[in-house]
Ligand binder design. Structure first.
Ligand code: 13P
Ligand code: SF4
Length: 355
């Protein structure tokens, strides 16, 4: 059973929000403008006892600035952990809204600022809390597992929250314990987990507008052209792409694979912002972007997440100057959503395989 109720109208809305995000991108900065902004941001972070935590998909200058100022670049699981554990009183999140919300859920006493508060995620948009709650109500005996790419209200309805770095291992364990599951929102990640674990899962029917553009039939040609290349795939990609992977994993796991594998050439099927960290951490190796074009391509995103790309130095400076983009949550929703996220973090601490 899959949920497809009402998703056509949501999909139209997502396209228009993605187009708005693309249109809102600022003009490129000159080298001197960039340097002045970096100096100002560095001073503001220090004055405000703030730390910058960036996702691997944001622009390289934000990734570099996070590290240069004592902050971090990480996958979504590590971002959640770092925001919680870091002693700073303000955490500035360069990523998308659900990442800022997760930080606030875990650290209600801290001020959490989003570089851009309208940075959405198509998975989150495609899982409205009321519809999802009604779906769960129809299957009260099932354990509800949701992906981190969801709103605080959806997390509050869940028994477990997972990220892609931990999902497979946890669901294998839950299945061994005989649990039947509801999974939301990513249908491709759900399908992948189901195939790998044999889990009894009812799938919500959403997708990532970036990863769903990768095309297995065109990737086959690229593999033929570069037979020695290893293929690294994020599990939000369609099954035809996952089937061609040498490694399937979260952003952090794919970066680790680029370092660990003997291959010196890689084809990468995930958002292109990750290539910056791959090149830094595996110098001397070469990385090709997996194809998003081909038969049936709409190229809605072409491996660029329009919302991740809204994060830039000008918006970051603005957030620190004026305290814009502060994440505020209803306390009862926050407290309820903290339970399944804490459960995930505790599970991750016990299982070394889950980075
Ligand atoms: P990771 O959990 O792998 O960092 O992925 C987050 C995400 O949004 C992927 O599109
Ligand atoms: Fe969401 Fe996809 Fe962007 Fe990740 S890449 S934040 S899943 S829209």
């Amino acid at each position: 059973m899959e949920n497809t109720h009402g998703l056509a109208s949501v999909a139209a809305n997502i396209s228009s929000l993605a187009a708005q995000a693309r249109a809102a991108l600022g003009p490129p900065l000159s080298a001197s403008e960039q340097s002045l902004l970096e100096q100002e941001i560095t001073a503001l972070l220090s004055e405000q006892n703030a730390v910058l935590v960036a996702h691997y998909y944001v622009n390289s200058e934000l990734q570099d600035l996070a590290e240069a100022t004592g902050g971090y670049v990480a996958d979504s699981l590590e971002m959640a952990r770092l925001g919680l554990e870091h002693p700073a009183s303000t955490v500035v999140v360069a990523g998308v809204r659900f990442m800022g919300e997760t930080a606030k859920i875990l650290s209600p006493e801290k001020r959490i600022l989003l570089v851009e508060s309208s940075a959405e995620c198509s998975l989150d948009l495609n899982c409205p809390p009321e519809d999802f709650s009604a779906f769960c109500d129809q299957q009260p005996k099932r354990t509800v597992v949701v992906y981190a790419n969801t709103s605080a209200a959806v997390k509050a309805r869940a028994d477990w929250v997972v990220t892609s770095s931990i999902a497979l291992e946890l669901i294998r364990d839950l299945t061994t314990q005989g649990e039947k599951l509801i999974w939301a929102p990513d249908k491709y990640l759900g399908d992948y987990i189901q195939k790998q674990t044999g889990a009894d899962m009812l799938l919500w029917h959403a997708s990532c507008i970036v990863h769903e553009e990768f095309k297995g039939e065109v990737l086959v040609n690229l593999k033929t052209q570069y037979p020695d290349a290893a293929v690294l795939v994020h599990p939000e990609s369609p099954p035809s792409v996952i089937a061609l992977a040498d490694v399937v994993g979260s952003t952090g796991q794919l970066i680790q694979a680029a370092q660990d594998l003997e291959a010196t050439l890689f084809i990468v099927a995930t958002e292109e912002g990750i290539l910056h960290k791959m090149r830094q951490s595996a110098p001397g190796k070469r990385f090709l972007e997996a194809p998003t074009a081909g038969a049936g391509a709409t190229c809605e995103s072409c491996a660029h997440c329009p919302w991740m790309k809204m994060n830039d130095l000008s918006r970051l400076a603005q957030a620190l100057r004026h305290g814009t983009g502060e994440v505020l949550l209803d306390e009862s929703v926050r407290a309820q959503a903290a339970i399944p996220i804490q459960r995930m973090l505790a599970y991750g601490r016990k299982h070394s395989g889950a980075r």
